[in-house]
Structure formats: structure tokens, C-alpha cells
Design a binder for this molecule. Structure first.
Ligand code: PEP
Length: 259
């Protein structure tokens, strides 16, 4: 049984005070709905204040994990504006996102770059969510499975089976992110099933059965239960609906009910 994982990607939102308040709300929701693993991804400047909130003990000893929205592949040096995996760990992060669609399509990151970031973060001891997904044009031209396969294979290149245990894949169709349009549960399931087959081809059936694949793209309190009821959907990566503790809490509750 794969433990569901719910991630809140706050993107470039919140300020220092509201980030701390939101983190408190997420802690409360995680305490109320035990079961799923919960991770929040605040903007870089608020990692430390959010870490201060998340270290507080909550009922049952449960934890909300701290993650970074991006990471650089080098350890240190002349890389103005970048943040290394070791710096993230020093600030309390245990997770990092790589390959988010906004980094791929707004900032222009390619698969090689995403793979370097993933391997460097994993080598530094972080767990990683590798984001993949097709654009609307790619979906309309029937390329969904092909794109997901390519991004999975290139993203996981030179990853060892042991390292794979610290990786989650987030299938996030680009056309569904921040648009209010959600993949139907069946369409999402079909994509997840295919991605799991690619992992099986790369790492074997056991590893494919263990890896968690989240859905992301306008998941919210109203549609979470239907998406999470699909056999290959192991959680959600949530943007907009993660900015309100109540909505995010409802998604955590849906994931807890699924178990
Ligand atoms: C995301 O940022 O990964 C995301 C899925 O955003 P939203 O939930 O707003 O579509």
C-alpha cells in the first residue's frame, strides 16, 4: 500500500506573516486527518520562518514536511541567485520540487537541467518530487504518453533503484495548472498507469509498484476525492487550493479517507 502524499506548492505567494499562519493551519489539518504524508513548498525567503512553525510538536507526533520549489545542481560557488541542496537542508527542508511546469515553460528549463537538479538533490539527502506533464497542444496531437515517457526517462536518468525510493513523480498536465481545468479522473488514471509502466521498464515491477505518482492541476476540495479514488493516483500536488488551510485540509482529509 502506497502512503498518499499531498504537497502544497505556494509558488510566489504569501508574505512572512501569512506564510507562518498558513503553516499553522496546515499543521492543524494534518493533525486532524492522519495518514497522508504532507509537504509544503513555501517561497525561499519563508523557508526558515515556516520551518520554525513546522517543528512544533503536533498530536500523535505527526509531521508536516518542508520542501523547496526549486534547487540548483551545484553544491556551492559562483552561481548568483541560486540555492544549493545543502543550503536547503540547512534550512530544514527534506523535500524539493524539480521540473515544475512553470520552471520548464516560463523559465525555460530542459530535461537535462531537471535531471541534474534531481540527482544533486537526491545525493544531498533530499527527497524529490519530479514534475512532468504535457501541454495542451501535445495532448491535442495525441502526444501525452510520449511526452510523459520522455520526461520520466530523462528525469530519472542515472538514478539508482535505492535513490528511486526517495522520488515521487507528479503528473501535472500543463493545461490544468492554475487554469481551473482538471483532467478527468479516468484521463489522469490513464496517464499515471502509463508512467508507472515506464518506471517498471526502467526499474522493474517492484519499484514501479512502490513509487508514488501524484496528480497536479487544479485539484481542489471538490474534485480531490474522485481523483484520489483512482488506483494509480497516490496523492496530489496542489497550487491554488494550498493557499487556504481549510481547502488544503479538505484535500488532506480526502487522501486520508482513501487509505
Ligand atoms: C502546481 O502548482 O503544481 C499546481 C498544480 O497548481 P494548481 O493547483 O493551482 O493548478
Amino acid at each position: 500500500m502506497r502512503t498518499p502524499i499531498i504537497g502544497g506548492n505556494w509558488k510566489m505567494n504569501t508574505d512572512r506573516a501569512s506564510a507562518a499562519t498558513l503553516a499553522e493551519g496546515v499543521l492543524g489539518a494534518a493533525a486532524l486527518h492522519p495518514g497522508p504524508e504532507v509537504v509544503v513548498f513555501p517561497p525561499f525567503p519563508y523557508l526558515l520562518p515556516v520551518h520554525e512553525v513546522l517543528r512544533r510538536p503536533i498530536i500523535g507526533g505527526r509531521t508536516v514536511h518542508l520542501g523547496a520549489q526549486d534547487v540548483y545542481h551545484a553544491e556551492k560557488g559562483a552561481f548568483t541567485g541560486e540555492v544549493s541542496p545543502l543550503m536547503l537542508r540547512d534550512c530544514g527542508c527534506t523535500w524539493a520540487l524539480v521540473g515544475h511546469s512553470e520552471r520548464r515553460h516560463v523559465i525555460g528549463e530542459g530535461d537535462d537541467n531537471v535531471n541534474m537538479k534531481l540527482r544533486s538533490a537526491i545525493a544531498a539527502g533530499l527527497s524529490v518530487i519530479l514534475c512532468i506533464g504535457e501541454t495542451l497542444h501535445q495532448r491535442e496531437t495525441g502526444d501525452t504518453n510520449h511526452i510523459n515517457e520522455r520526461q520520466t526517462r530523462l528525469g530519472l536518468r542515472e538514478v539508482s533503484p535505492e535513490q528511486l525510493t526517495r522520488i515521487v513523480i507528479a503528473y501535472e498536465p500543463v493545461w490544468a495548472i492554475g487554469t481551473g481545468k482538471t483532467a478527468t479522473p479516468n484521463d489522469a488514471q490513464e496517464a499515471h498507469f502509463h508512467i508507472r509502466r515506464v518506471v517498471a521498464d526502467m526499474f522493474g515491477q517492484d519499484a514501479a509498484g512502490r513509487i508514488r505518482i501524484q496528480y497536479g492541476g487544479s485539484m481542489n476540495a471538490a474534485n480531490a476525492a474522485a481523483l484520489l479514488s483512482m488506483p494509480d493516483i497516490d496523492g496530489g500536488l496542489i497550487g491554488g487550493a494550498s493557499l487556504k488551510a481549510e481547502d488544503f485540509g479538505a484535500i488532506i482529509a480526502a487522501a486520508a479517507a482513501r487509505r
